[in-house]
Ligand binder design. Structure first.
Ligand code: ATP
Ligand code: MG
Length: 649
């Protein structure tokens, strides 16, 4: 269990009691160290699996951790997001603490905010509604009540989209409307759990009796509200292990703060603090650029930066490319990707990362033209497909009533039981002729039947209820196992992930940092965002920018200031090691001819990346989000909302 760890990681893994804080850079094995820590504790019989709660920030991360724990032989440990852990507790304790069942989640939040604005005699356009919604969300995770919003927003340096007093009114009206309509929103899940734990000592004691050990990954992302929940879970105990990298704080605008990470030792004076600097993910060339970016950083997070030391053999220098315009840039990236795939690099090992989701359209087009399969992160997940959802409901029903029903004799093995339920959904063993939607639907259900088969083989004696629980876990993990394309994702959505080849596109002034980043703190967060992007690459890194947006446009843009002194051709590159400067900057324009008939077959329909609804409105398609779903660029909330919806479904 400890063999695959270096001495510092081992120190983390074996410090099973008392508070532990791991401060470490990207790719240094933080997630690996805590996963091994839990597995080591469980396997050594020191930690009861059911007494451990591991908390992460996305479903994908939670699912990955569950998978890794299982591989390491640690079964039965809870690895969840804050929201999913809170939701379970809320559902369990609500009837006892409040009575009845948990209220329904509001499903047209923007509409509710519009109604609240109308009640305040304010007419807001779509953009304003989204911005006001973001302010309400921020207020809630920072535990700011409506009356305090103007003061708190000013103190936090937020640029209020309207008069702060107006926002405070809309926020108050929104809370009232929610109560009148008996619905709750996503933030309420945490707020209500906190409230119940604060008010009901019996409930708090029950939860504390269940969970003795807490582990939090990506702790630099914790919001004040999540921190409060963690403190309530802990009570007066201190068996808490947190890991994080202040240089990867990229969710400040949603209320996340690295202060809890950086102040950990102050709050837990006896804490074991471990620093990891060996980077196992990236080549020395990639790590060199990452260190260079951080060397120029300012502010509190930067004061705690750690110089990374690559543990990997040398690889190619980062490639810098300058293009005349955005379509040329996208074509350039698509052409290179085509070459890489033709040379044998798996498409799934390549990612294109951009600052705003609106940029994805150009890259989708270019990749489709080049015949490259791609996937938008989060779009069209297997478990989101309607037929899979429907089958899931049928299986859940069968699992619940199976005990009393002869629809499922216990003597029949699990795969047969699952097939019986699926045949109730119109599925047969034989695939239908042709391709198309009918075939796709059949394939999805066949995949479920195969899953049941594999699951029963791995877990002899497993019941239908066990299988349904397994499906829920997989659904939560947000994996799309059937998709093997190039990943298109925003920099925010790429956090915690890694690929052999990463294309960072649109690295120009106005994009990174984005135009609306104005204060020093906002600019520093943009720099960290680029750092997160750079550190996703294992082997090859491509950075590119375009001098104008459209072909023939005035060349009014320049490469991102964050690359000054780091990219070839800019001042102070001299003295750097490697062939980076020698490689120079490649230049490209739209000269490369587009195919006469673009191959669009690989394009998936535009869907809202929050709720999965197919989009038809051009404005919504540009944003890849329907009007009712929450505010711009908040990937963390998207993940959490998807999770809520998955749980609700
Ligand atoms: P991030 O900051 O991006 O979340 P991280 O610090 O959590 O990164 P991991 O994802 O745990 O890092 O590890 C990065 C990569 O390095 C993974 O591929 C992991 O398997 C590998 N790795 C970590 N530690 C070791 C080790 N001791 N020996 C070999 N490989 C390792
Ligand atoms: Mg990690």
């Amino acid at each position: 269990m400890l063999e695959g760890l270096d001495p510092e990681q081992r120190e983390v893994a074996t410090a099973l009691h008392g508070p532990v804080c791991v401060l470490a850079g990207a790719g240094t094995g933080k997630t690996r160290a805590i996963t091994h820590r839990i597995a080591y504790g469980v396997r050594a019989g020191i930690l009861q699996p059911s007494s451990v709660l591991a908390v992460t920030f996305t479903n994908r991360a939670a699912g990955e951790m569950r998978g890794r724990l299982r591989q390491l032989g640690a079964h039965g440990v809870q690895a969840r997001t804050f929201h999913s852990a809170a939701l379970r507790q809320l559902q369990y304790f609500w009837p006892k603490a409040i009575g009845g069942s948990v209220p329904r989640l509001v499903d047209r939040k923007i509409q509710l905010v519009a109604d609240a604005a109308a009640a305040c005699r304010l007419r807001l356009d779509r953009g304003e509604l989204r911005d006001v919604t973001a302010e309400i969300e921020w207020s809630k995770v920072t535990q700011t009540v409506p009356a305090d919003y103007p003061y708190a927003a000013a103190k936090a340096g937020r640029e209020a989209p309207r008069d702060p007093a107006e926002i405070a009114h809309v926020y108050a009206a929104y809370e009232d409307l929610k109560r009148d309509r008996a619905v709750i929103d996503f933030e309420d899940v945490l707020l209500l759990t906190v409230a119940i734990l604060q008010d009901r000592h019996d409930v708090a004691e029950q939860i504390r009796a269940q969970y003795q050990h807490f582990v939090v990954d990506e702790y630099q992302d914790v919001s004040p509200l999540q921190q409060r929940l963690l403190e309530l879970w802990l009570g007066d105990r201190d068996s808490l292990c947190v890991v994080g990298d202040a240089s990867q704080t990229i969710y400040s605008f949603t209320g996340a703060t690295p202060d809890h990470l950086l102040d950990f030792r102050g709050r837990h004076p006896g804490a074991t603090v471990v620093k990891l600097v060996r980077d196992y993910r990236s080549t020395p060339q990639v790590v060199h650029l990452a260190n260079g970016l951080l060397a120029q950083a300012r502010g509190r997070a930067a004061d705690h930066r750690l110089e990374l030391v690559s543990q990997r053999p040398p690889g190619p220098e980062p490639v810098y490319s300058e293009y005349t315009d955005e379509p040329a840039e996208a074509e350039g990236a698509a052409r290179r990707i085509r070459e890489l795939i033709d040379a044998g690099v798996p498409a799934a090992e390549i990612a294109v990362l951009f600052r705003t989701n609106a940029q994805s359209e150009t890259y989708e087009q270019a990749l489709a033209d080049a015949g490259v399969p791609y996937q938008l992160r989060g779009a069209e997940r297997f478990f989101d497909r309607p037929e899979v959802r429907k089958a899931g409901i049928a299986l859940r029903g069968a699992a619940r009533f199976g005990g009393n029903d002869s629809l499922l004799d216990d003597a029949v093995d699990l795969p047969s039981q699952v097939r019986a339920v699926l045949s109730g959904e119109g599925w047969t063993d034989r695939p239908p002729a042709g391709s198309g939607a009918v075939r796709e639907r059949w394939e999805s259900l066949a995949a479920l039947a195969n899953l049941a088969h594999d699951f029963a083989a791995a877990r002899p004696g497993a019941t239908l209820a066990d299988f349904v629980a397994e499906l829920d876990e997989r659904a939560g993990a947000q994996h799309a196992p059937t998709v093997q394309g190039v990943t298109l994702a925003s920099l925010h959505a790429a956090k915690g992930l890694e690929w052999d080849v990463v294309f960072l596109v649109g690295i120009a002034e106005g994009m990174v940092p984005i135009t609306y980043a104005k204060t020093d703190e906002q600019i520093e967060e943009e720099r960290r965002l680029l750092y997160v992007g750079v550190t996703r690459a294992r082997e090859r890194l491509h950075l590119s920018w375009a001098l104008s947006r459209a072909p023939g446009g005035r060349p009014s843009r320049r490469p991102s200031r964050f690359l000054d002194g780091l990219r070839p051709g800019s001042a102070a590159v001299a003295g750097r090691t490697g062939a980076g400067a020698a490689g120079g900057i490649e230049r490209g324009s739209t000269a490369g001819a587009r195919p006469a008939v673009p191959r669009r077959a690989q394009r998936s329909p535009a869907r809202c990346r929050v709720c999965g609804r197919t989009l038809t409105d051009a404005g919504e398609m540009k944003l890849m989000r329907c009007e009712d779903c929450p505010s711009d660029m908040d990937e963390g909330l998207y993940e959490r909302l998807r999770e809520w919806r998955a749980v609700q479904a």
